[in-house]
Design a protein around this ligand. Structure first.
Ligand code: ATP
Length: 264
């Protein structure tokens, strides 16, 4: 069976994720897309992220009607609290595969453009073939140029490739095969949606708008749990308290100063 690993923060899962997974199933005859939410996304450490169980629950809701979509807790919280490096997950999945299985790594071009900053990027790129989906605002033309240095084609080759330009109008999937690595580019995906935009929208947008971005079930989950409202509520609740504490501290300080001046 052909299987795609699809990792991410999924905070929350949205129309863009579902669309690229659906296209990959169709184009590559995938039997399974493994949606793997990261407990600790190495490049998003320190960001405020919804609890792992909420992200997992939303994924379960969003993927329930598509037979090929499977949610995996491979990157669930663990005792050692180390970030979830994709290379470890990919190797773990490969250990569990049968001989006839083939693994792909599915991701969006925005994520691929930062691949050199990932943990052991060259090793990761050699582990399996990659399926990279286009995303509004990010150029597919730079795919070869952003590879880690040891895999990157020479400058003159890159320049020739740039001039040739990728043409997705004839075939929406273009494959770049370089020594040891294969990158399949799905160039006709144009989903103008991001989780960042949804977290913001969840605070103010109407029901219909949220539903159009994440689907009915996830929109209802977000509404019921209030996961993206809480951050603002907390922030509002915390700020006046902190401000009050600072005022009290300041007035204590000025009283002490006045008292010490009077005693001199
Ligand atoms: P955020 O806005 O919080 O950074 P995101 O919308 O980019 O989140 P992630 O969970 O970080 O979502 O993304 C998981 C994977 O899905 C990444 O490989 C990313 O490139 C891809 N992806 C997310 N949204 C889209 C989209 N609209 N089009 C194509 N790929 C996407």
């Amino acid at each position: 069976m052909k299987i795609a690993f699809f990792g991410g923060t999924f905070d929350p899962v949205h129309r863009g994720h579902i669309q690229i997974a659906r296209s990959a199933v169709k184009r590559f005859q995938l039997g399974q897309v493994l949606f793997v939410p990261a407990y600790i996304q190495p490049l998003k450490q320190g960001d405020q992220i919804a609890a792992y169980h909420h992200r997992l629950a939303m994924l379960a809701l969003a993927t329930q009607s598509q037979r090929e979509f499977v949610v995996s807790d491979l990157e669930a919280p663990n005792d050692i609290e180390v970030p979830n490096y994709s290379i470890n997950s990919i190797r773990e999945i490969k250990r569990r595969l049968r001989k006839a299985d083939k693994l792909y790594f599915l991701m969006g071009i925005d994520a691929f453009l930062g691949i050199s900053k990932w943990h052991k990027p060259s090793e990761l790129l050699r582990e399996c073939e990659f399926i990279i989906a286009s995303r509004p605002g990010f150029s597919m033309g730079e795919v070869a140029a952003v590879l880690p240095e040891d895999l990157r084609p020479r400058k003159d080759v890159l320049n020739i490739a740039r001039k040739q330009k990728l043409d997705f109008s004839r075939d929406p999937v273009q494959t770049i095969a370089l020594p040891g690595i294969t990158l399949h580019l799905m160039g006709d995906i144009s989903e103008k949606v991001s989780a960042t935009q949804i977290r913001a929208a969840a605070k103010s947008a109407g029901k219909a708008r949220l539903r159009s971005l994440v689907g009915e079930a996830v929109a209802e989950y977000i509404r019921k749990t209030g996961i993206y409202r809480r951050a603002t509520q907390n922030a509002l609740a915390v700020k006046p308290e902190r401000a009050k504490a600072e005022v009290i501290e300041l007035s204590k300080h000025s009283r002490r100063m006045r008292a010490s001046k009077a005693n001199r």
